[in-house]
Design a protein around this ligand. Sequence first.
Ligand code: 13P
Length: 238
Amino acid sequence: MADGCGPLDQRRALLSAAQGLNACGLNQGTAGNLSLRIPGGLLITPSSLPYEQMGPEDLVAIDPQGRPLADSATTTGRAPSSEWRLHADILARRPEIAAVVHCHSVHATALACHGRGIPPFHYMVVQAGGPDIRCAGYATFGSQELSDLAVAALRERRACLLAHHGQVTLGSSLEQALALAVEVETLAQMYLQALQLGEPPLLSGEEMEEVAEQMQRRHYGAFSDPAAPPGQSPDLPR
Ligand code: 13P
């Protein structure tokens, strides 16, 4: 899957990522939404249309205020995802980010229903940019309040959970954002499993910082992404 250069390539890449999300079990039905930065705004999945029924022409090109962008490939007049504000606000505040993935993956959402994020119980948490993955507070889907809460939870991070809702991941490409969504779901499943025996011991700030440095040195996973935060993240506790 490549991000492509032209409008149609970008549409095909976004559609393939959206369908891939369902195919790998991270999402279902019409839940979730994905976006890709394009000149003048973003390309986003339409609202309330099952991914398997979606064609490239159903994707919606909008400006950062949610207004339709003139785009010859938009032919179906679909409404953009109800979460367009969240996508547009993230892309506006994070110039290093090109793609945003939101899904209702089961284990991440189960944790988020308890308002819990993912602490440094496992070293791979660093893949999301710091020693933890925060859970943003609850707000109604599609609201400006939800977007504001998510943007705050994503400070110095490329992933967060949304209380009673799901998860959001960011990447400098669709591939990176999708890979991180899989990682977040896997970590959430591991954490829920570890919690069966009680709250697991956590890695220290120093240990997590060493992991970040090691990953950065090795260009490991998300750290091969130019959008990945530096190993010496100011958020890493010392
Ligand atoms: P849309 O179909 O409008 O994208 O909504 C799905 C969703 O997950 C809302 O958070």
